[in-house]
Design a protein around this ligand. Sequence first.
Ligand code: IMP
Ligand code: MG
Length: 187
Amino acid sequence: MKTQDELVEVISNETIRNRVKELGDIITKDHAGNEIVVVGILKGAFIFMADLVRNINLNLELDFIRLKSYGAKTESSGTITLTKDVELDLTDKHIIVVEDIVDTGYTLQYLIEILKLHKAASIKICCLINKKERRRVEIDVNYVGFDISEGFLVGYGLDFNERYRHLNGIFHLNPGYAPISYTPSDR
Ligand code: IMP
Ligand code: MG
């Protein structure tokens, strides 16, 4: 791949695969006897979600929601708009929201308010990466793949200006430069 960016692998695909299987097992146990709806946040969660649902042994439906965040270059501004709502009827359903990264928490805070309008029976959150250092609003994340404290990450669905989503592992982008400066794109 031709690029000037430096990518340093921080989580291999094998490690991700093992952890996603564990998360699938835990979600399966926690929701035994219930039908669930897995709601992925586009675009970042698409690969994680594809792997996760294949490790959940329950009757499930899936849907997607899409959010856009505008504002400051270095983090979510808190100004978020919904560009695609869910299409399934979520009334009285048990929902698992699948997100790539929880950073400031603004995106999920907004999303939870939207999902509440759909009158779901329960809402749980599953994220691949939890970045707690920059959290601005308190979010109860029920299932976490990995806690990572610093740096800007790409791969396995995560992008920098829409690039690198297709990589198998998770990489630290340009670790020698200011690591957490980026332009938010579609969430
Ligand atoms: P927040 O929790 O509202 O700040 O936004 C989280 C969103 O920011 C995630 O869904 C990602 O799309 C994006 N994001 C945050 N950190 C990273 C990163 O390191 N790499 C790629 N996207 C990131
Ligand atoms: Mg996202």
